[in-house]
Write a protein that binds this ligand. Structure first.
Ligand code: 7RM
Length: 650
């Protein structure tokens, strides 16, 4: 639910008038060459969605054609129902006759390890692992949790699930055992695929231990498959845990792809919402695959032999759609990298681009700002001549970072695509098209094909030019989430009830005189820290689960690199007093409950939190305090006004 007490600050201060046009040379070879082509297709996609999407779906291979392109009983959509399809078949088998020996995955490990996996090899591995899963009695519709670092096995595991129709749920490797447990429980997974441990800045991490902890007392997980990565010693529970390598040695490499219904779930991905419990976002086969394949093709202008590098972790939606499925559905090479891009040196990404002749680079503003801070000397040493398109995703990009990216990575040659979308949307919905759209730094530009967006007020009325409002989507699209796993009510309430009749994104935005969309950030209690999506409520529940904490309120504070940083205000239980030790302990406690990404950068102890008469914490005030700003707006609703004076002194 959006926080009705915080009226979002919709005044946009961003002024940016520059416009960048794609070069003639780029446009000449692009799938979409100019705005006239974009407009024509866009209009068709909105006026005749069934014609448009049927044509796009036909680019995939279906075992059986669909009966209906769309059945829409708001808020439940069915796309391509009656159709039969398989994801791994479309990512792999379909390409083998002409691309069998081409690289499907080029992997660059954190410790210098490298692997090059051809489509033939990937197909073989996927079939083998699918047979291993079958051996563990995994059937259509069963859930498999994947808790792995960025190693090729993560893609193999996802594809193996889709081959037999099992539903995968990838859990970000940086989540703690407790966060993992919540997800395994909600999904009621039958099998978990994990690793002994990974690497972080050269140090070995322990992941199997976290799985063991998460599984204590859990009966429904029958087997754990353990990939060997960093070689640390781990415990193997008899009859439950098996080494990936041992299992694969014995597995057959012949596995027929399951014929899945278009509307069968493909995966569940947990994402933060505005309550303490994450939501299992459900995506299905037919619609998701169709829109992910076509969005990757048009937005990154994919051509045969392209090498596509998306730096996201597969634990997030960006990794699902544009590390694994988008590139493989298009038969290009995907670059998979483990560890920080700046480790062992800040030169790593630029070296990699030149070495492999990478053609598309897709990253987040937080990474761009970090590269910017480290300095342009590093990319300046590299030609980066192979790059054609560079992209950004995850948070609003400030025009300075956009321009730096354009100048220093794109070398003023490559169009920048600023792509807006969400875990729930499955694929990119607002973006420029690199060969067509004139771009404005800081704007995600225009709606993608088939996407009917609007910026409206709470009543659903369109806002005026440049006036802020809520970004909504008027009509269903193929890769939209179908529901929240096992919770249709939460799905309806969160996405289709805030503003009547439309999909509520939770983002604030404005449209300028050219119809360009400028995203202004979240209007609810979700924050983006270094591109990671976190719910303030999750962090708050972690804090109050510590014995010293009486109450907690978490807000996002503007941060030069991370976009937002986490600031926590806590009041303590009577027996406890503030100390450095306690503050450190609280930070560590959040890490234990969620993971290092959720550690507050600041924890501030207060006597009391500012509240309304009905007891709701007024976060707006805390945000101003955290950012060192004057407290603006109405403060008359505060019940405990005396606390305000104390807070101001902080
Ligand atoms: C893909 C992803 C979704 C939230 C979304 C926005 C923010 C994403 C942009 C952006 C401005 C962008 N999925 N967001 N892309 N804001 N410009 N290009 O990030 O589910 O993890 O997060 O991210 O607030 O609602 S996500």
């Amino acid at each position: 639910m959006i926080n009705k007490i915080i009226k979002p600050d919709f005044k946009s201060t961003l002024k940016e008038d520059r416009v960048f046009h794609p070069s003639k040379k780029f446009s000449a070879n692009a799938h979409i060459k100019n705005m006239a082509e974009y407009t024509k297709l866009y209009n068709e996609s909105i006026k005749k969605p069934e014609v448009f999407w049927a044509r796009e779906a036909e680019n995939l291979e279906w075992f059986k054609k669909w009966d209906n392109v769309l059945e829409w009983k708001q808020p439940f959509a069915k796309w391509f129902s009656g159709g039969k399809i398989n994801c791994s078949y479309n990512c792999l088998d379909r390409h083998l006759s002409d691309k069998g020996t081409q690289s499907a995955i080029i992997w660059d490990g954190e410790n210098g390890d490298k692997r090059n996996i051809t489509y033939n090899e990937l197909h073989e591995e996927v079939c083998k692992l699918a047979n291993v899963l079958k051996g563990f009695k995994v059937k259509k519709g069963d859930r498999v949790v994947i808790y792995l670092p960025m190693i090729p096995e993560v893609a193999i595991a996802m594809l193996a699930c889709t081959r037999i129709g099992a539903i995968h749920s990838v859990v970000f490797g940086g989540y703690s055992s407790e966060a993992l447990k919540v997800r395994i429980n909600d999904a009621r997974a039958k099998v978990v695929i994990t690793v002994d441990g990974g690497y972080r800045k050269g140090n070995k991490t322990r992941m199997k231990d976290a799985v063991d902890e998460a599984l204590s007392g859990v009966k429904f997980v029958k087997n754990v498959i353990v990939v060997k990565r960093n070689g640390i010693k781990v415990q193997m529970k008899k009859d439950r845990d098996f080494l990936y390598g041992d299992l694969m040695k014995k597995a057959s490499s012949v596995c027929q792809p399951a014929k899945m219904n278009a509307e069968d779930p493909l995966f569940v991905l947990y994402t933060s919402g505005t309550t303490g419990i994450p939501k299992g976002v459900v995506h299905t086969h037919g619609g998701y695959l169709t829109q992910v394949a076509m969005s990757a093709k048009y937005i990154f202008d994919l051509h045969p032999n392209d090498k596509f590098w998306c730096t996201a972790d597969v634990g997030w939606i960006t990794g699902h759609s544009y590390v694994v499925y988008g590139p493989l559905l298009n038969g290009v090479t995907t670059i998979v990298t483990e560890g920080l891009p700046t480790h062992p040196t800040p030169e790593r990404p630029w070296k990699l681009i030149d070495k492999h002749k990478i053609t598309q680079f897709y990253t987040a503003p937080t990474a761009i700002r970090m590269f910017m801070k480290i300095g342009r000397a590093w990319p300046a040493r590299h030609k980066l001549k192979s790059l054609k398109v560079i992209g950004t995703v995850g948070e609003p990009i400030n025009p300075e970072a956009w321009t730096w990216y354009y100048n220093n990575i794109g070398k003023r040659r490559c169009p920048v695509v600023d792509t807006w979308w969400q875990t729930e949307t499955g694929s990119i919905l607002v973006t420029s098209l690199p060969g067509a759209t004139p771009t404005k730094p800081g704007s995600a530009t225009l709606p993608f094909f088939g996407v009917d967006v609007a910026v409206v007020d709470m009543k659903g009325k369109k806002t005026k030019v440049n006036e802020g409002g809520y970004l909504v989507i008027n009509k269903p699209w193929p890769s939209m989430l179908r529901t929240v796993y096992k919770n249709d009510e939460r799905y309806k309430k969160t996405y289709w009830n805030e503003i009547k009749g439309v999909y509520f994104s939770g983002d604030g935005a404005r449209r300028d005189k050219d119809g360009y969309i400028w995203i202004m950030g979240r209007t609810d209690d979700i924050i983006k820290v270094a591109g990671h999506r976190l719910g303030t409520m999750e962090i708050e529940s972690a804090l109050v689960s510590h014995k010293a904490v009486a109450e907690a309120a978490v807000v996002g504070k503007q941060d030069e690199i991370k976009g937002e940083a986490i600031v926590a205000f806590v009041s303590l239980n009577l027996k406890f007093t503030e100390s450095e030790k306690l503050i450190n302990e609280l930070g560590a406690h959040v890490v234990k409950c969620i993971g290092p990404i959720a550690r507050p950068s600041q924890i501030i102890v207060v006597d009391d939190l500012p509240k309304t008469r009905s007891g709701k914490i007024i976060r707006r005030i805390l945000k101003s305090i955290a950012e060192g700003n004057e407290i603006k707006g109405d403060t008359s609703t505060i019940a405990n006004a005396d606390i305000l004076e104390k807070l101001k002194k902080l």
